[in-house]
Write a protein that binds this ligand. Sequence first.
Ligand SMILES: Nc1ncnc2c1ncn2[C@@H]1O[C@H](COP(=O)(O)OP(=O)(O)OP(=O)(O)O)[C@@H](O)[C@H]1O
Ligand SMILES: [Mg+2]
Length: 256
Amino acid sequence: MECLTISNLCKTYIINKRQNNVLRNINLTIQSGEMVAVMGPSGSGKTTLLYTVSGMDEATAGKVDFFGKELTKLSANEMSDLRLQEMGFVFQQMYMLKNLSVYDNIILPAYQVAKGNKKQSREQIKERAKMLMQKLGISEVSDNAVTEVSGGQLQRACICRSLINQPKIIFADEPTGALNKQNSIDVMNELTRINEEGTSILLVTHDMKVASKCERILYIEDGDIRDEISLGKCHVGDNLPARERKLNDWLIKLGW
Ligand SMILES: Nc1ncnc2c1ncn2[C@@H]1O[C@H](COP(=O)(O)OP(=O)(O)OP(=O)(O)O)[C@@H](O)[C@H]1O
Ligand SMILES: [Mg+2]
């Protein structure tokens, strides 16, 4: 089943009357349950792609379908409901509320879902948040204010929050960007596990090790998908160095 179908997507920013065509005619399909990485040079349009596809930013032209629903036709309210209930976000600028604890930030999206649409009871939300914090290793800082945790802990809290409403897809922009090697491996293992349970994942990364755990890698340059490579699903016990070598050879060919 197709999760996301992106057709002829364009995004143009205009600054001081100068036009910047950041996304030029992107065509892309993400299957339900797929885990896809987006790589490419700085400024090539990776973050813009995530923002535009998820309706955080308006497309200049083109069409995005999410499980057959045309996102580009939804009203702002419909789009924000859908984002809240069906999508999870782990972004570079982390939209955490500074005066709330880690735990409260994580459960907030669950309470924001309109009453009639609630997927989870209060008790289920609490249990799920606890389970997620435990898996990501941040239970000890659950009651800390988000200003009182490390960058890596905050990043992991963001992942917990993105998962609280059991989304169909997760958009992640450099989800391991602020993490050390071990935390980065933990986060990727967690994302892989979530993906195995059926959640689609579209992530942006500069890290080859992170990308090599994904099923398919896209290379964006100047707002265009220049090439892609399929490595197949990554399972526990897979030959990671072999996947990394294959990816590395491909990236070198692209001049990365
Ligand atoms: N809100 C905005 N208004 C105007 N221009 C923008 C805006 N956001 C991004 N841009 C421009 O769009 C281009 C692509 O930016 P984008 O953030 O998508 O790049 P990126 O591939 O994510 O880069 P990085 O790897 O450095 O995060 C850049 O030239 C940037 O200056
Ligand atoms: Mg970016």
